[in-house]
Design a protein around this ligand. Structure first.
Ligand code: SF4
Length: 350
């Protein structure tokens, strides 16, 4: 049979089955493993073995989590979830720059093994790609999802079911990709899923243009923040993602994230438990302002920041006709970025 969790070996599963089924050892050692019961054993096992690593939102308790859901939903009435601060009433059907109403929009989900190693482990990162985005990057590699309406609206109950399904599949965490503009609906779904036994830590995988008000609500909910730091120049951010004040908003946001969760901590197997993980995509021709970004992380956040300096830029979406964005970065451009990290004493590179 196919087990929904690759962490648990057949022999360990058999021991737990014997222990929990009420059958005697000889009976249990030969009885066929029933899939539904097996999934239940695995869930209990995971929750039991993660007892010392309880995710933050479970420590909060459902009452406090419910208060946070209400506070977040209130923000939708005059939306200021991100730096655009559109002020529209999304509960009344008004649309801001992210073009998203007040129901969750999901493009896809599943265990993902392409993320940073501390998120992936053996069971994968339980990734949910949210539809639409508050940023309009002209080089976005997921523009079909983020800017062209590729997601499906769904009730929060369905989203909470997806969260629980990812847990049953044995994922190590719940990895919410582009959550900023959907934070209140995600919190509602998280509340529902937590009531039904969700115990995975939340990874907030954001473009980094989150408002401080929104992040304060997430204090005590999110364990792992994974923001982009895309640009350190307002000229570049205004031209390339439609947010001239990206650097101002982004610096404040990352500082607040680090205040909440600190540097990234791993368990003894190398899986991320809690903390900050920053991504910086090196763009051609110095458009990403790598020097400013890395200097800021080193001097204002921490030299122990877990940092992924990404080299995989390829021209996508509207970047084809926009030199220098119409080419990949050179080996020399990437080396310069790594040299800057060394110069600023950043020592935890992915
Ligand atoms: S999330 Fe941002 S872009 Fe969307 S409506 Fe709110 S403030 Fe505007």
């Amino acid at each position: 049979m196919t087990l929904p969790n690759v962490i648990l070996s057949q022999s360990k599963l058999r021991i737990l089955y014997t222990f929990s089924s009420g059958l005697s050892s000889p009976e249990a050692s030969t009885a066929p493993l029933r899939p539904g019961y097996t999934a239940l054993i695995i869930n209990v096992y995971n929750i039991f073995t993660m007892a010392g690593q309880t995710p933050s939102y479970r420590k909060l308790g459902l009452s406090e989590l419910s208060d946070k859901v209400q506070a977040a939903e209130e923000m939708l009435r005059s939306c200021r979830l991100c730096g655009h601060r559109c002020g529209v009433d999304r509960t009344a059907g008004e649309a801001g720059i992210c073009d998203t109403a007040d129901v969750p929009v999901v493009a896809s989900y599943g265990p993902h093994v392409g993320e940073e190693a501390p998120l992936v482990g053996t069971g994968g990162s339980g990734t949910i790609f949210l539809g639409n985005c508050n940023l309009k990057c002209i080089f976005c590699q997921n523009a079909d999802i983020s800017q062209e309406g590729g997601g499906s609206p769904m009730p929060t109950a369905r989203l909470s079911g997806i969260m629980l399904g990812l847990q049953e599949m044995g994922c190590h965490n719940l990895n919410l990709v582009s959550p900023t503009h959907q934070m209140p609906m995600i919190l509602m779904a998280l509340f529902e899923a937590a009531s039904r036994g969700l115990g995975l830590p939340v990874v907030y995988n954001t473009g980094g243009y989150d408002s401080l008000e929104a992040l304060k609500i997430l204090d005590g909910v999110v364990d792992i923040y994974m923001p982009d730091m895309k640009f350190s120049s307002s000229t570049a951010s205004g031209m390339l993602c439609g947010a001239k004040d990206y650097w101002d908003v982004n610096r404040k946001a990352v500082k607040e994230m680090h205040r909440q969760v600190g540097d990234l901590k791993l368990d003894r197997t190398g899986i991320a438990l809690r903390g900050l993980l920053v991504r910086h995509l090196v763009l051609p021709g110095g458009m990403s302002g790598t020097d400013g970004v890395l200097r800021f992380i080193s001097s204002e956040i921490s030299k122990d920041t877990y940092l992924n300096i990404m080299d995989q830029y390829r021209p996508c979406h509207k970047a084809e006709g926009r030199p220098p964005l119409n080419r990949a970065i050179t080996a020399d451009e990437y080396k310069q970025a790594l040299d800057l990290a060394a110069k600023y004493g950043l020592r935890r590179l992915a």
